[in-house]
Design a protein around this ligand. Structure first.
Ligand SMILES: Cc1cc2nc3c(=O)[nH]c(=O)nc-3n(C[C@H](O)[C@H](O)[C@H](O)COP(=O)(O)OP(=O)(O)OC[C@H]3O[C@@H](n4cnc5c(N)ncnc54)[C@H](O)[C@@H]3O)c2cc1C
Length: 365
């Protein structure tokens, strides 16, 4: 494989994993990412849940994604001696009789056999929870400690001298023959993984990003003792085992600001109080917010700029970066380094015939 020079822009989950895989493939890489700009990965619960949403639908391509995700996080754990990947049971509560019927239908569907476990009759779960309609087990769930993953990889890149903690200035990127130059760097490929920062990217801001704000809380409750699991009851509750819990998440497509809000905290606490018995007093220890890089068609934005050779995007991981990133990075690098064709479902080429104006090429100097 030819050794080429790459600049990865954005040091969230996508950019950090990409840079690590490029390094492993023997490529030359520089990661440019600002740790002060909004960063969804830093505030995410990192939950991997194969059956989500009101309709209890199995996540897109889950069977393919989960094996690569588990293998990737395990590989990182081994290389860096950290604990990142935590497979845990996930218990989802039914909120009404419609949920009970829906769950029954899903359980009879063979496609769900490897992700749905047994139903749990009402009253058999932890006493601390409201439980009128019973619950059920979701298998193959996990959470990934994303802040630790970011910290670990960034430290590794700093030691290797290939990380720059700065804001990338698109106007300073210039083409010289078949290469790109950025300040003192020359590169064959620039891969943009800027999360919602993509909206300021003159080469890719024509893609239909639909950012969705999310907020989570870290709660403390000395009296709440729960078996190790993720509990989904309107919102999800993730016990860390030391009487602290992460509660999430809100979903708001109208608020484009990355700051935590009082309304977000209230929504989360109201939900928690509706399912946790009132004798348990909940104290808010921290409050996080971020913007998910969600997309109009709920599929990632991956691929090559249609006219500027060497410019690429890996973005649009939406609400499911923890499960999507590892396998999609494998596919993207097989394309970038091995010339393989991208799956049309993830390839940004799918938008080319939907845009009325050609993507901006004036930005290239
Ligand atoms: C509240 C909340 C809860 C979530 N919970 C989950 C969950 O439980 N499970 C799950 O799988 N996903 C979850 N998500 C979604 C998850 O966070 C995303 O799918 C994933 O983290 C996206 O990673 P990314 O690297 O693409 O984007 P980001 O993490 O946003 O990273 C993009 C990076 O690019 C940098 N950047 C942007 N522009 C520039 C520039 N010009 N120069 C330099 N750097 C730049 C930013 O600073 C940022 O660090 C959640 C998201 C939120 C907001």
């Amino acid at each position: 494989m030819r050794i080429q020079k790459h600049i990865v822009v954005g040091a969230g989950l996508a950019g950090c994993l990409l840079a690590w895989r490029l390094e492993q493939a023997g490529q030359l890489v520089t990661l440019i990412g600002s740790t002060t700009l909004p960063n969804a990965s830093q505030v995410a619960g990192g939950i991997i849940n194969p059956v989500t949403g009101r309709w209890m639908t199995k996540s897109w391509n889950f069977d393919l994604l989960i094996s690569q995700a588990a293998a990737t996080y395990r590989e990182l754990e081994q290389q860096f001696d950290v604990e990142l990947y935590h497979p845990v049971p996930l218990i989802r509560y039914c909120r009404n009789s419609t949920d009970v019927k829906r769950m029954g239908r899903r359980m009879r569907n063979p496609r769900y056999a490897n992700v749905l476990g047994d139903p749990i009759p009402e009253g058999d779960g932890p006493d601390s929870f409201e439980d009128t309609h019973g619950s059920f087990h979701i298998k193959q769930a996990a959470y990934v400690h994303l802040p630790l993953l970011l910290q670990t990889l960034r430290e590794h890149f700093i030691q290797a001298g290939i990380f720059r903690d700065e804001t990338f200035r698109h106007a300073d990127l210039a083409r010289h023959d078949s290469q790109w130059s950025y300040h003192d760097l020359q590169a064959d490929h620039i891969i943009f993984s800027e999360g919602v920062g993509m909206q300021a990217n003159p080469w890719f801001n024509w893609l239909p990003l639909t950012p969705a704000k999310g907020e989570t809380l870290i709660l403390e409750c000395p009296t709440l003792d729960l078996p190790r699991a993720i509990y989904h009851h309107r919102k999800w509750l993730l016990p860390y085992g030391d009487h602290t819990f992460r509660l999430g998440a809100t979903f708001d497509s109208d608020d484009a600001s990355p700051e935590p809000t009082e309304a977000g905290a209230r929504e989360l606490l109201d939900a928690a109080r509706s399912f946790i018995a009132p004798l348990h007093a909940l104290t808010v220890k921290q409050h996080y917010a971020g913007l998910r890089p969600s997309t109009k068609d709920i599929r990632p934005f991956i691929g090559d700029h249609p006219s500027e050779a060497g410019l690429h995007i890996f973005n649009g991981l939406g609400s499911k970066g923890a499960s999507l990133a590892p396998e999609l990075i494998r596919q993207f690098l097989a394309h970038l380094l091995g010339g393989e064709t991208l799956d049309p479902e993830i390839d940004i080429a799918r938008f080319l015939d939907t845009i009325t104006q050609p993507p901006n090429t004036d930005a290239t100097h």
